[in-house]
Design a protein around this ligand. Structure first.
Ligand code: R5P
Length: 299
């Protein structure tokens, strides 16, 4: 038997799609909680000499997920798996990746934990800050989702009679320009710009400014995360105020915190497209783009 064995803790469409596309099987895991809250994680599928792939995003209660993943890695290693690949479509805790005095560098913390586990390779997608990759000793690849997103966006633009020469790709902050540029190159839009955004505390925007001409253009805001939706709404208002004809958003990871959907519904965004990197039941305003093909090719 040559097919890979995929493991995930909760059923999700991304893993099922990857299994179908790669002809892999999904392995069974038994998770037991003891009365004191401790966990036992056991793979129930025979893994000796088999290539194993764990697919799990680190979102929400990421600390528990991370610990479960580490226990599973240890068990697979102990059962003589041939290789262990960890796919983390959304690598949470990547927003606190700097060395600000008095604050943790959580990107580095996660990397050191994963470096200590017997993992052969890690794949992630559209990491918040690619600088964090330097903390990894395990080989890690950051997949750009632009390739997976392009066909859907092209179809949307065609349906709306929008030409690429009239499209500007917008990063809502300077840090996201690399990601936005990758999408701009992939789709062939006329220009990429970055807004100037700063926050007063983690969830609040203090300032957002634009120093480019967007009049008469369709703006595609490309961002890795939508959490409260405040960035998207503020960026949309600003672009329309400065004369953009339409604003749509393309987001890699549906973090989507409690207040997000209501905020987006009240906004002037014409459409929002989002990757299926985190399994969630989403409101129909979000148009989900499946990224399983990209993951399947990469594993
Ligand atoms: C920020 O640096 C990120 O790229 C996103 O713009 C941000 O995390 C989105 O958060 P929110 O939806 O809460 O404004």
């Amino acid at each position: 038997m040559k097919e890979k064995i995929l493991f995930t803790f909760n059923e999700n469409t991304l893993t099922s799609e990857v299994a179908t596309k790669t002809g892999s099987v999904i392995g069974d895991i038994e998770t037991t909680y003891f009365e004191d809250g401790e966990l036992l994680v056991k793979p129930l599928t025979e893994v000796k000499n088999r290539e194993c792939v764990i697919i799990e995003s680190l979102s929400g209660e990421a600390y528990e997920t991370l610990f479960k993943v580490l226990l599973l890695v240890s068990a697979l290693h102990g059962c003589d798996a041939k290789t262990i690949t960890l796919v983390i479509p959304y690598l949470g805790y990547s927003r606190q990746g700097t060395n600000k005095v008095g604050e943790p560098n959580s990107s580095r913390v996660i990397a050191s934990i994963l470096n200590s586990a017997p993992i052969d390779e890690i794949l992630t997608c559209d990491i918040h800050n690619s600088d964090a990759l330097k903390y990894y000793k395990v080989p890690i690849t950051n997949l750009y989702l632009s390739e997976a997103f392009c066909p859907t966006i092209e179809e949307y633009l065609e349906g709306e009679n929008i030409y690429l020469k009239d499209v500007i790709v917008v990063s809502p902050d300077k840090g996201g320009k690399e990601r936005a540029t990758s999408f701009k190159e992939e789709i062939g839009a006329s220009k990429v710009i970055a807004l100037d955004k700063s926050r007063d505390h983690s969830d609040n925007i203090e300032k957002i400014e634009l120093n480019s001409d967007v009049s008469g253009k369709t703006c595609i805001i490309v961002d890795d995360i939508v959490s409260t939706g405040k960035t998207l709404c503020a960026a949309t208002d600003l672009l329309l105020e400065k004369g953009a004809s339409k604003v749509i958003a393309l987001i890699s990871h549906p973090v989507i915190s409690k207040s997000c959907t209501e905020r987006i519904k009240k906004s002037q965004l014409s459409a929002i497209f989002i990757g299926n990197t985190i399994e969630k039941k989403l409101d129909p305003i979000y148009q989900v783009i499946d990224i399983s093909e990209l993951i399947s090719e990469a594993i």
